[in-house]
Structures are given as C-alpha cells and as structure tokens.
Design a protein around this ligand. Structure first.
Ligand code: UDP
Ligand code: MG
Length: 315
C-alpha cells in the first residue's frame, strides 16, 4: 500500500524544516510506501528553496510550486490531482494537526474499511476565543442553511481512499470548499478524534479576507437558501407596510392630525427598504460572481515547478 500526504505551504520557512523532519520520521516508520507532496502556494519567503533542498536528498519528497499564491484550497486540490497513493492524507504543514496520528488514521481506515477518515478536533489549543466562537457560529449557520449536514470541528485534515479521490477528480468546479465536498460525496465516512495543537512556528497564513472567502465558498456553494431570503424579506415588508397603512387610515378616521408631519416614518421606511434591497442584491451578486468565475473556466492554479514526479511534463 502506498500513502500520499498532501501538504500545502504558504510562507512557512519557520516551520518547514521541523515539519519535513517529523513527516519523514512518521512515514518512514510505517510499513507502507509513501510520498510527501509539498505544494508551495506562491510563497514569498524561502519556502520553495527549502523544499527544493529536501527534494534533492529525498525521493519521497515531491514538490509542486505555484506561479503565485492561489490559496489553500487550490493548493490542496493540486496535490490531490497529482498524488499516486492508494490512500491520501490532507494535512497542514504547521504541525497543528500532529503527523504522528497519521498511522492511527490508516489503522482506522483498514479496520473500519471506510473510504474517508475525517479528523475531529477534541481540543483546539492555542486558538483565540474569537476564532473558536466564530467557527462554532459559522458551522451552525452552514448546517442550518444547507440541505446537507456537515460534521462540526472538522477541517480539511482527513484520509481519503482512491475511490473518493477518483470521484473528486471528476469535479469540474473551481471554487472549492473541500471539507464540504468530501462529506457531500457520501461513501463510508469514519470520524477520528484527536487533540489539535498550537502552530509549531510562524503565524497563521489565513488572513481575515481568506477566512471570509472560505466561509462564503461554504455557504454559497452548498446552499440556495440565501437566494430565497429576498422573498421572505419582501413579504415581511409588504405586511409591515399594510399594517402601517391601516394604522394611518384609522388615525385619519379618528381625526387626529398628529400623523400628518410623519417625516420620520417615511425616512425609516425608505432606509429600511433600501437596506433590504441592497442586502438581497448583494446576495444575488455573490451567486452571479460565482457563476462568472466558473464560466471563465480558468485553471484553479498554475504550476511553475514540479519536482520528483515520475512524469515532469504532466501537469
Ligand atoms: N496556506 C496555503 N495558502 C494560503 C494560506 C495558507 O497553502 O494562501 C496553508 C498554510 O501554509 C498551512 C495551511 O494552509 O499549511 C493552513 O493555514 P494556517 O495554519 O495558517 O491556517 P489556520 O490553521 O491558522 O487557520
Ligand atoms: Mg494552522
């Protein structure tokens, strides 16, 4: 059996030497053949240089280097498109997910005969309250909006078998939310519980902007409910307007003149409706933007260098 490990890296010079050592130690202690596919996602530091150095001395280490930063999900996709193992593990380079649990995940895979073993975080050490809180809120929202139920406290750290990988390769969509796609696919999926550590070195490479982009890929890629929000909000405002009209009419009949100046109610109505309209147009925009991106059909990533792969011309 051959195990592929897909490891996206973006500006990770601080943690990379330690990571490469730990990944190599863990995988060489297993009875399986293996490959470590490091994907350099257009790093601006010495990440590529370090990776090329490791690859020179170790045929198990393979490197895909992007022409620029395409993002974490695209880096993982590139690794998946190029791996040759019977099973593939997706894991971050920063050692938050300890590579030492990979053999246990393989064991679970063999014992349960599952197609996917997804890692579930027991504890999330070294993460801010804000990150944990927003993550919890987000997954709850995603699950209530989407027709599918996604496991909570689960990132992209998982093991998938060939069958799942081949199915994944058939997906033509470019704007991917991988953890969602893998659980949407079905097959036999088994959770694997583990404790998440702090980043071994360096800082998070997920800026707030990137986090929002991932979150919107999840919601707008897996739910059409936001589109229907316009109908609910529209209905609500019609009812409010009707109630208001009835009230005005009653006041008029009762001969009270205090409603005549009424500019504040006019302004409130205009502002409220303006807000509702802009909000729903924004939602439409998100979907149309996604359609625009998909129809352009540009590649998800561009590979600049490909090292230690059997066929260096294939991409
Ligand atoms: N990463 C990447 N491209 C990016 C941002 C991040 O390949 O544009 C990689 C990064 O090197 C790491 C993984 O994605 O291996 C997760 O990033 P990070 O640990 O910074 O995110 P966090 O754990 O803080 O959410
Ligand atoms: Mg991390």
């Amino acid at each position: 059996m051959k195990v592929s490990v897909v490891i996206p890296c973006y500006n990770e010079e601080e943690v990379l030497p330690l990571s490469h050592k730990r990944f190599s130690q863990v995988m060489s202690s297993t009875p399986y053949d293996y490959e470590l596919i490091f994907v350099n996602d257009g790093s601006k530091d010495r990440t590529e240089e370090l990776l090329l150095g490791f690859a020179q001395n170790d045929p198990h280490t393979k490197v895909l280097s992007f022409s620029r930063n395409f993002g974490h999900q695209n880096a993982v996709s590139a690794g998946l498109h190029n791996c040759t193992g019977d099973v593939t593990v997706i894991i971050d380079v920063d050692l938050q997910d300890p590579p030492e649990v990979i053999p246990q995940m393989i064991e679970t895979y063999l014992r349960e005969g599952s197609n996917v073993v997804y890692a579930v975080r027991n504890k999330r050490k070294g993460e801010t309250f804000m990150k944990k809180f927003t993550a919890k809120l987000y997954y709850r929202m995603l699950n209530s909006l989407s027709d599918y139920t996604f496991p909570v406290d689960t990132g992209d750290f998982r093991l998938i078998d060939r069958k799942v990988l081949e199915a994944f390769k058939q997906f033509p969509e470019k704007h991917k939310y991988l953890r969602g796609l893998f659980s949407w696919m079905g097959f036999k999926q088994t959770p694997f519980y583990y404790d998440r550590n702090e980043r071994a070195a360096g800082k998070t490479k997920y800026s707030v902007r990137k986090m929002f982009s991932l979150a919107s890929a999840g919601i707008f890629g897996f739910s059409k409910k936001p589109l229907k929000l316009a109908i609910s909000l529209g209905t609500l405002s019609i009812f409010i307007a009707l109630a208001f009209a009835i009230w005005v009419f009653v006041m008029y009949l009762s001969g009270k003149e205090s409603i005549v100046p009424g500019w504040s109610s006019t302004i409130i109505t205009i502002v409220f409706l303006g807000g509702v309209q802009l909000f729903t147009i924004g939602i439409l925009g998100e979907y149309i933007g996604n359609i625009f991106d998909e129809t352009k059909n540009r590649p998800e990533y561009i590979i600049d260098k490909k090292i230690n792969f059997d066929n260096p011309h294939q991409s």
